[in-house]
Design a protein around this ligand. Structure first.
Ligand code: HEC
Ligand code: HEC
Length: 454
């Protein structure tokens, strides 16, 4: 090395060294304050979260030696700050009880998706990943936090009042505020007339849900073009309180919220090509979130479904199969169950196996049911579609339809002319029921109360 070159190299090294030392003095505060109200959970549950999550999601961040020097330190502080903002086990008591349970269910699901702990952290911090045995421990604990499905007369009263007030005065869609990203409720208000793509029972938060799709979404399903979903495809997910009765059947109670995902690759490029919006507070329809930042909550969770274009609901085999199964049914649009709009959804835990159903109707039937008419007028066609239920493989806390078990059709004629027909199994085969059973099923199907759509 020539002396001049050597001198240059030494200068560069010295500058780097000084810079390296200097940046050590730029140390943003980690803010390790004392916990105000730490998570209260059994010791075996807490131990798992403390080991794998508390470094980022609590005020008690323990830094490993290799986290200490800047710039590594800066990255750690950034992660910790972001992590505490969305989930902080040290401020646990500041969350309402239901939200605490919700965060824990989300935490478990993030673990199961291998989204948490963050992969760069898990790679460096030995033993931070959560083992399958530990996942079982967490699951068992979370079961105990799920609301119990028991009859509740006050919830029933609230549901009835809401139904009555909805009949009196439908939501004024023009008055409902838009969300922060400019999505207008008014433009989406017809979602109650969209087709149901699937249904979920969420035992983690005691709700029943129906996922509806607009015409573009439904056409995409029919053509098998759901990856990616085409621009314009829009989903609505509607949630109602669960209303369990004493016979073990769960009905849809008060309407709680509706949320949307709108596909537009250009407009919503920053949020994975989907526009997200949610209105809460029952028929009050308040836009969700404090500001436009609410959407990171949606994307954080929906990103776990990245391999499915960020959509959880898979209109797969059994649910989608209904389109094919419908080919076995009488060839009339009215009788095609998915051509109908949703009247209500049901879950039945009383037959040894768990069944879930959606009741669809043609326009006459839906109008009558939603306006609270006591009897269906002639011309009404109802279809009760029933599936065996299974755990949602993508969400611990949800149950979704598996194999189709039956389709029951009721066509209300003038006078005593009401016709019932039932199809069972795969492929669907017409059942021959005794007239007593037929009368009982007609009575059952026509007396289900409609779910409240705002
Ligand atoms: C190295 C830091 C780090 C560790 C360790 C970590 N997280 Fe996170 N976590 C984050 C950051 C940063 C975010 C926010 C941005 C994101 O999702 O990437 C986050 C977001 C979350 C969210 C989303 C919360 C919301 O409402 O948006 C959940 C849930 C979560 N983490 C659970 C966990 C669980 C459970 C563990 C332990 C098994 C864990 N995290 C470990 C850094 C961490
Ligand atoms: C904690 C995880 C989580 C968060 C946060 C979340 N979702 Fe979802 N979302 C789900 C799950 C799980 C489903 C599947 C249906 C079900 O189980 O209820 C779903 C389904 C949906 C659907 C129906 C289409 C689909 O993907 O299946 C829409 C629309 C939707 N969510 C909108 C939103 C909006 C808007 C937000 C933010 C305000 C949001 N979600 C935040 C978990 C989440």
């Amino acid at each position: 090395m020539k002396p001049a070159t050597r001198k240059k190299a030494i200068t560069v090294l010295l500058v780097l060294l000084i810079a390296g030392i200097a940046i050590q003095f730029i140390r943003p505060d980690l803010g390790n304050r004392p916990a105000t109200g730490d998570l209260a959970a059994p010791p075996e549950v807490k131990a798992i979260l403390q080991r794998a999550c508390y470094d980022c999601h609590s005020n008690q961040t323990r830094l490993a030696w290799f986290d200490q020097p800047a710039p590594a330190y800066w990255l750690v502080v950034k992660d910790v700050r972001e992590a505490r903002k969305v989930l902080n086990f040290s401020d646990w008591d500041s969350l309402p009880k239901a939200q605490q349970a919700g965060k824990l269910y989300e935490a478990l699901n993030q673990i199961e998706f291998h989204s948490m702990p963050l992969s760069n952290y898990a790679a460096l911090h030995h033993g931070a990943t959560v083992s399958p045995e530990e996942v079982t421990v967490l699951r068992q604990y979370l079961w105990t936090l799920a609301p119990k499905a028991v009859p509740d007369t006050s919830k029933q009263r609230i549901a009835l009042q809401q139904f009555a007030s909805r009949i009196k005065a439908p939501a004024d869609t023009a008055a409902v505020k838009i969300t922060y990203n400019g999505i207008s409720y008014h433009d989406l208000a017809a979602f109650g007339d969209w087709k149901a793509i699937s249904t979920t029972e969420r035992f983690d938060n005691g709700t029943m849900r129906v996922i509806m799709g607009n015409d573009i979404a439904v056409a995409a399903i029919r053509q098998g073009q759901t990856h990616p979903w085409p621009n314009g495809a829009t989903f609505a997910k509607v949630a109602w309180d669960q209303l369990p009765d004493s016979a073990g059947e769960i009905h849809a109670g008060a309407f709680k919220q509706v949320e949307f995902m709108i596909r537009d690759n250009d407009k919503y490029a920053a949020t994975d090509g989907w526009g997200f919006a949610r209105w809460v507070g029952g028929l009050g329809l308040k836009p969700y979130g404090k500001d436009a930042g609410f959407v990171t909550e949606c994307t954080n969770c929906h990103q776990t479904m990245g391999a499915f274009d960020h959509v959880f609901t898979l209109p797969v085999a059994d649910t989608l199969g209904l389109y094919d199964q419908a080919a076995y049914l009488p060839d009339s649009v009215a009788a095609h169950p998915l051509a109908g709009k949703v009247i209500t959804s049901l879950v039945n835990h009383s037959h040894g196996r768990t069944l879930m159903s959606t009741l669809y109707g043609n326009d006459i039937a839906v109008k009558s049911a939603r306006s609270g008419q006591p009897v269906y007028p002639a011309g009404s066609v109802l279809a009760l579609v029933t599936w065996v239920q299974r755990e949602d493989p993508h969400w611990f806390g949800g149950r979704i339809p598996a194999a189709l078990t039956s389709i029951e059709l009721v066509s209300v004629g003038p006078g005593a002319g009401t016709v019932y027909s039932a199809y069972e199994g795969m492929p669907l085969v017409k059942k021959a029921d005794s007239s007593a059973v037929v009368q009982e099923r007609i009575q059952y199907i026509t007396s289900r109360k409609a779910s409240v759509f705002p």
